[in-house]
Write a protein that binds this ligand. Structure first.
Ligand code: GP9
Ligand code: MN
Length: 630
């Protein structure tokens, strides 16, 4: 037996043994959720790819050292896996650097650690024992002294494997690394070790940016905010909802174009249409999210700061100091919570919600999720609201509770019995299916309103509804132009399609339709003012939507913007009302941008504002600023 094995170099044996162990661990102990066959395959491949990537480095060493490298490599690798396992048993999450060094999570483990160690865990070190034994027993047979050419070949091979793994992962989850949405996804697709490398790289980048900040940047930002953003004027509605509960509903992927619109002759959102009649409804309200999608919209709402132009700030800066809505409301004795039936580490929510000051996160573990009551991304919106009610009723009041719906998420799957309207008919399956799922969410919200009324919570609450971001991307422009009965979707139309519904429903108030331009950045000051909280000392970039004295533009994260009169995007300036192209920046070499560009005066301000917001986040500037003392 040993004879036969001896023909195989030890670094290959180690890769196979270690890879197999890691696979078993991922598949059966970490309980990583697998949604399709492709994910099964990737999960099977990646442990071997990572193991090979590491152990193949051994060929560069001489015999003795090679054996030592493999022995200790296997041991350290196993320890890393094991530490993750212990952490996972307690937190159902994977370790990250901040959690290890600054977070309270790892510290919490202290006393309970013994209960997390199980005797059969020793089996996890079986491969180390085998590798150790083989390397001592028959090191001369198993060690490989390759000529340089072969060493390079092995190296290339391991890189090729890694690349292959990465490409498969990208096909499964486009922009996996740039968007970095979920630790479980990263581990599932790339393995724990590559995930740790990625985490280290990301954290190093973040902390190096922080190192150069010292707080001297704040006065400039503050004076910009005072001059251009905040206003001393208080609206008539200031304090109107003092001490009321706030129920915030984030409507997954709902865009404004479905509101008061029909498909195949049927209303798409009958409930949301009716709700306009007794709510403040903002018809020119834009989402300002980027790659962080829902999490970006949450970030905007709670902080009135912009998300980042790439990556999800929930992930990259989840440990910064903020002055978020839950923290501010805590001073007014509000209890803040989030209801969302998804994996808690998605978008790093578990960590970020702590940072933002939420008291509790009802994640998927709080819900009874079965095959019957879920579709697509998870629990369907109707049972989700229904199951949330008991928790909501048990909360101390006043509360700030955020609900994040899920059913109307790409690829907009819906079971037949849940579909009240027929899909649209175009070349885009995505757009076609969008309408019935939006309708489903509309019905779920209607039922939720009923439940709120029955529970008696309704009267003591204000209910805020907001679309989080677009659901139909530019990729479906052809179908979209067909639906909107337009020849094509121009850059102007594209910006107008970034409008999402925004409602503030105050029971007993008539409300009104408000046409002024607005954005997600404005939600925080608007809500805080309704609750009677003075925000003049906050550093944020939004304005109370009920005051007259407002900032002149709504900036989108890519530098596009909307003013009362103009829409600017891709170096083109349009008339906001008519959509007429007013001027285009000339980019030809030797020519300067046209001075006649009506949008030009705002371009710089928008850039300045976005970069101030970025500075706050990259420099973690709020750690130098004491909001309480102001
Ligand atoms: C996931 C949900 C959807 O928990 O918020 O995420 P999205 O892809 O829309 O950002
Ligand atoms: Mn979303």
């Amino acid at each position: 037996m040993l004879d036969r094995i001896s023909k195989i170099p030890l670094y290959i044996i180690a890769s196979v043994l270690f890879g197999l162990k890691a696979y078993i661990l991922y598949r059966f102990i970490f309980n990583i959720s697998l949604e399709n066959f492709m994910q099964e395959i990737i999960l099977f491949i990646n442990p071997f790819v990572s193991a090979f990537l590491f152990f193949a480095i051994g060929v560069w060493f001489k015999e003795k050292r090679q054996m030592k490298f493999l022995r200790y490599g296997a041991l350290i690798g196993s320890i890393i896996l094991y530490v993750n396992l212990i952490f996972y048993r307690n937190f159902t999450d994977f370790l990250t650097l901040p959690v290890l060094f600054q977070g309270s999570n790892a510290g919490d483990l202290g006393s309970s650690i013994l209960s997390l160690v199980h005797i059969p865990d020793l089996l996890l070190f079986l491969d180390v024992v085998i590798i150790w034994y083989l390397s001592k027993k028959s090191s001369s047979m198993l060690s490989i002294e390759y000529p340089k050419r072969k060493k390079v070949l092995v190296l290339n091979l391991s890189i090729a494997f890694l690349l292959g793994n990465y490409i498969l992962a990208e096909i499964e989850r486009p922009q996996l690394l740039q968007r970095s949405f979920d630790r479980e996804y990263l581990v599932k697709n790339l393995g724990i070790f590559n995930f740790h490398l990625y985490d280290v790289a990301m954290q190093t980048r973040t902390s190096s940016q922080k190192v150069f900040a010292d707080g001297t940047e704040i006065p400039d930002i503050q004076s910009y905010v005072h001059e251009n953003v905040t206003s001393d004027e208080k609206s008539d509605l200031f304090g109107i909802a003092e001490d009321k509960n706030v129920i915030f509903i984030s409507l997954e992927s709902v865009q404004s174009f479905v509101i008061n619109n029909t498909v195949n002759g049927e209303e798409v959102t009958p409930f949301l249409n009716d709700l306009i009649d007794d709510s403040y409804y903002f018809e020119n309200f834009y989402h300002q999210t980027e790659q962080g999608k829902t999490s970006d919209s949450e970030f905007l709402v709670d902080n009135s700061l912009y998300p980042l132009s790439s990556g999800a700030v929930f992930f990259t800066h989840g440990q910064n100091e903020y002055n978020a809505m839950p923290e501010i409301l805590k001073e007014k004795d509000y209890y803040s919570s989030v209801f969302h039936a998804n994996n808690k580490s998605f978008w790093n929510r578990d960590v970020m919600y702590d940072t933002l000051g939420y008291d509790h996160f009802y994640d998927e573990d709080a819900y009874q999720i079965t095959d019957q009551n879920s579709i697509g991304w998870g629990l369907k919106d109707k049972p989700y609201f229904e199951q949330s009610m008991k928790y909501l009723q048990s909360l101390p009041q006043p509360f700030y509770s955020k609900f994040i719906t899920l059913t109307n998420h790409h690829p907009f799957e819906l079971s037949e019995e849940d579909a009240s309207i027929e899909p649209y008919d175009s070349n885009s399956k995505t757009l076609n299916q969008y309408f019935p799922t939006v309708r489903y969410t509309d019905e779920a919200v209607e039922e939720f309103f009923e439940e709120l009324k029955q529970s008696g919570l309704y009267e003591d609450s204000i209910i805020v509804l907001m679309g989080d971001h677009y659901g139909i991307s530019d990729f479906h422009n052809r179908a979209m132009s067909q639906y909107l009965d337009k020849e094509e979707i121009t850059p102007y139309d594209h910006i107008q399609l970034q409008r999402v519904p925004f409602y503030i429903h105050i029971p007993g108030h008539e409300g009104e339709v408000i046409s002024k331009i607005a954005g997600q950045i404005d939600v925080k000051p608007t809500l805080l003012h309704l609750l009677g909280v003075d925000t003049s000392d906050d550093i944020s970039f939004g304005t109370d939507l009920f005051t007259e004295d407002r900032k002149e533009f709504v900036a989108l994260r890519d530098g596009s913007f909307i003013t009362d009169d103009y829409i600017y995007t891709k170096d083109q300036c349009f008339d906001r009302q008519s959509g007429e192209l007013l001027s285009e920046a000339t980019t030809a070499i030797g020519q300067n941008q046209q001075d006649s560009n009506e949008c030009e005066p705002f371009v710089e301000d928008v850039q300045k504002e976005l970069s101030y917001s970025d500075q706050i986040i990259y420099g973690d500037l709020f750690r130098f600023y004491d909001f309480d003392d102001e």
